[in-house]
Design a protein around this ligand. Structure first.
Ligand code: SF4
Ligand code: MSK
Length: 639
């Protein structure tokens, strides 16, 4: 199967170039496998295939000509709702497990067991402690860290259903917390809520679609809890991002360096790899790599190290196989989540070593190097030496590094945005944003999140919707693989602001950028980090809502996931709706087999919680719908 003339695979020029090489060398990528899967099953696509018990799979005929019930009697509504809610639970488990890992690391650090880590941002640590109500005055830092870690781990342990998760309570506006509490969907414990979700969706349990969806909203909120705690504690441990200039796309690989890609999500190993690479520079040069060691990022680990260390981003989720195809990648180092099991198969065709590091996330054919925080530096050096050894096996005749590396300004944490605004109004940093929303220079805010999906042309919708909304003076934020797409497209630059922003947005952006000493406007798209860092946008929105005395559902803030793919994206989209944001999906989720569930999440949700899903695969129409949702909110505020 060849894809070299594929006009719908990717809008990323480097990906298209590498697909041609894949065809020439007969190497299979995700796009080839997508083509081989066509046509995909209609029952599965619409959510009408149930595999909850071994009497199944049971399938419901969406046209009414065949079975209307599964063997146990479950109908389309129950089947669709149960499977969708289980996706949310899996997403919540994933983000929260990431968060737990960071919280446990902090606990071990406080107990003096982690020599290779430190609190890099003490001010953030103290700010977090104050937010959680932990006393800081006159106390040793590590005592504060221990209390924060224990309070955080309490969100995985609390058995009092009336006491909401600590981090949610410390993050969302009072009005939103009350609404969620009144609906009975404010979770008390991440682990317990995930377990309850699995239990209520077992055969013979909850079959009421409305009740199931409400359970889904509750478990999705645990996803948000896990994300907020992961982000905030990572900042304390590794540093809070500040604007940093770097570059994106496969041209960041260097022909004369030992190239090492870090891929996955959790910065706990990759951050150490970035730190120790300089120590092994001489060994790499001695091996013939005159440019030393070049660390690059992929997917959300890439976002983590890009925003904190300026490490260039090689690519996002869907094209993660392609750095290997350049023939110039010595090692790909993996941690957790969104990692393709195909990587070792592709690496077999080259000299690349694929290294897994998490004992619960191994891949057949990869080399496993067990990572633990107690020997972080030692492990990082072992892996880098494997990469240096691989450099000697590189076939120079097979090196094909695309030339494109887009300039990228990353690292707009909430704190960095507030710092830039403080340069405009030190007494009241949020005032410039609010004034400009009121006068219409800024019509609203859109947060792009989520993945890549082979069902759409890679990265294309991100570019189209972002530029279209920016032209209409909507401020654009991005995280995760959305951020990767928009970085590779060149939209994280001041030049993109000059080119694509509407006049109002451009004027505001110039004023803030110049006051903050950036020497020009802000980038068109503000890079807020990895998937877990969607929490940063929630914190920013909460600050705006509190300042205005309104709920999140009153703000002209919308969310867009044009290429949503993972269970984590399902969980993120659901909590975005649950806290009140209109949320666009550009890929159709497996719910359309149930009119009831579809109506619940696209219409009823709006009445109940303020947010709702907008499913729209056409990016131009999606931009119109998102802008219309912003206008509706503005009218609600009397603007
Ligand atoms: Fe079929 Fe019911 Fe089992 Fe699902 S739970 S597979 S509908 S019998
Ligand atoms: S990595 S969840 S593909 S954004 Fe965070 Fe990207 Fe989606 Fe994974």
């Amino acid at each position: 199967m060849t894809l070299h003339d594929c006009t719908t695979c990717s809008s990323d020029a480097c990906a298209t170039e590498m697909l041609r090489i894949a065809d020439e060398q007969n190497i299979e990528t995700a796009w080839h496998r997508h083509a081989a899967q066509q046509p995909q099953c209609g029952f599965g696509s619409s959510g009408l295939c149930c595999r909850i018990c071994m009497k199944g799979p049971c399938r419901i005929d969406p046209f009414g000509n065949g079975p209307r019930f599964g063997i146990c009697g479950a109908d389309a509504d129950t089947i669709v709702a149960r499977h969708m809610v289980r996706m949310m639970a899996a997403g919540a488990a994933s983000h929260s497990e990431h968060g737990r890992h960071i919280a446990l690391a902090l606990r071990h650090l406080a107990d003096g067991h982690l020599d290779d880590y430190a609190i890099r941002d003490e001010a953030k640590m103290l700010a977090v402690a104050a937010r959680l109500g932990v006393a800081t005055d006159g106390r040793a830092l590590m005592d504060v860290v221990r209390d924060v870690a224990d309070l955080t781990l309490g969100d995985f342990q609390n058995q009092d259903e009336k006491k909401p998760c600590t981090w949610l309570a410390a993050t969302l506006p009072e009005k939103r917390l009350k609404k969620l509490g009144d609906l009975g969907i404010l979770p008390h414990n991440i682990d317990a809520t995930v377990a309850q979700t699995m239990s209520r969706t077992h055969i013979g349990c909850d079959s009421d679609p409305t009740n199931l969806v409400l359970g889904g909203l509750r478990v999705a909120l645990t996803d948000l809890d896990g994300m907020v705690l992961a982000t905030e504690l990572s900042d304390a441990l590794f540093g809070t991002p500040k604007p940093v200039a770097t570059s994106s796309n496969l041209g960041v690989l260097k022909v004369d360096a030992v190239n090492v890609a870090v891929n996955g999500h959790n910065p706990i190993l990759s951050d150490v790899i970035c730190q120790v690479a300089a120590d092994l520079e001489a060994e790499a040069i001695a091996a013939g790599a005159t440019a030393g060691i070049n660390i690059v990022g992929v997917c959300c680990t890439g976002n983590e190290v890009m925003m904190r260390h300026g490490i260039p981003l090689a690519t996002n989720y869907l094209s993660q196989e392609l750095p290997i195809l350049t023939g110039a990648l010595e090692a790909m180092v993996l941690d957790v989540q969104c990692i393709m099991p195909s990587l070792p198969r592709i690496a077999e065709c080259f000299h690349t070593v694929v290294v897994t590091t998490d004992p619960r996330n191994k891949i057949k054919g990869a080399t496993h190097v067990d990572f633990s925080e107690t020997k972080a530096v030692e492990t990082a050096k072992t892996i880098l030496r494997m990469a240096i050894a691989a450099y000697g096996r590189r076939d120079k005749n097979r090196v094909n590094i695309p030339k494109l590396a887009q300039r990228t300004i990353a690292g707009f944490s909430t704190e960095a945005i507030v710092a830039a605004l403080t340069a405009v109004d030190a007494a009241d940093p949020l005032k410039p944003v609010i004034d400009n929303v009121v006068n219409g220079n800024i019509q609203g805010i859109v947060l792009f999140g989520g993945c890549n999906n082979t069902k759409t042309m890679q990265d294309a919708s991100y570019f189209r919707i972002a530029t279209e909304l920016a032209r209409r003076n909507v401020l654009v934020l991005a995280t995760g693989c959305a951020a990767g797409a928009l970085a590779k497209s060149g939209l994280m630059t001041p030049e993109a602001t000059e080119k694509y922003a509407g006049e109002g947005l451009k004027a505001v952006s110039r004023a803030i950028g110049e006051a903050a000493g950036l020497g020009g406007p802000l980038p068109l798209v503000l890079h807020m980090g990895s998937c877990v860092d969607n929490s940063r946008a929630v914190i920013l929105a909460t600050a705006l809502a509190n300042k205005l005395g309104v709920d999140l559902s009153d703000l002209p803030v919308v969310v867009s996931a044009p290429e949503a793919m993972s269970e984590k994206a399902v969980a993120i989209g659901t909590w975005a709706v649950t806290i009140g944001f209109p949320t666009h999906l550009g890929t159709v989720p497996p719910v359309v087999g149930s009119e009831t569930v579809t109506r619940l999440v696209t219409e009823t949700a709006k009445e109940l919680i303020g947010g709702h899903f907008i499913v729209e695969t056409d990016p131009a129409i999606a931009a119109d719908k998102l802008f219309a949702a912003i206008q509706e909110r503005r009218r609600g505020l009397g603007l």
